[in-house]
Design a protein around this ligand. Structure first.
Ligand SMILES: [Zn+2]
Length: 139
């Protein structure tokens, strides 16, 4: 089961700001990118002005493997928003690079989700102006 949308209601849009624009630019190209420190190589997520490890201001947007594992999840049985049709599951994915990303799993029933399950990124073209990175069970 994947989350489905009731498109008769406006779907909430992610706020795109100066610090996360690189992430959303990558998603628009079906690439999962994160800030990476050019000085020490530390992945910086969520985006911020400086590297929390070495304080460098020199960063770049680097592509993630898009592979990881389910760190945690929750299944919504009632929708908190009229555009989201329940039930659906929200997962916290821990990527191989160490960053954690809140997302959804596609093509799976909630009872099949388990902590540590290997997953890989897919991109959901929801509308002309909204593409979201989601995950599916990796084989
Ligand atoms: Zn650094």
């Amino acid at each position: 089961m994947s989350i489905t949308y009731d498109k008769t209601h406006p779907i909430p849009m992610p706020p795109i700001l100066w610090d996360n624009k690189g992430f959303w630019d990558g998603v628009a190209k079906h690439e999962l990118v994160f800030q990476k420190c050019k000085e020490c190589g530390n992945w910086v997520h969520p985006p911020r002005p400086f590297c929390p490890k070495c304080r460098s201001l020199e960063k770049e947007w680097a592509r993630s493997s898009g592979k990881g594992t389910v760190y945690s999840w929750v299944t919504y049985r009632e929708s908190p928003h009229p555009a989201f049709k329940a039930p659906y599951s929200v997962v916290l994915v821990e990527l191989k690079e160490g960053m954690r990303l809140v997302s959804n799993l596609v093509d799976i029933k909630p009872e099949e989700i388990c902590i540590g399950m290997p997953v890989e990124v897919v991109f959901d073209d929801i509308s002309e102006s909204l593409i979201l990175p989601k995950f599916r069970k990796a084989v």
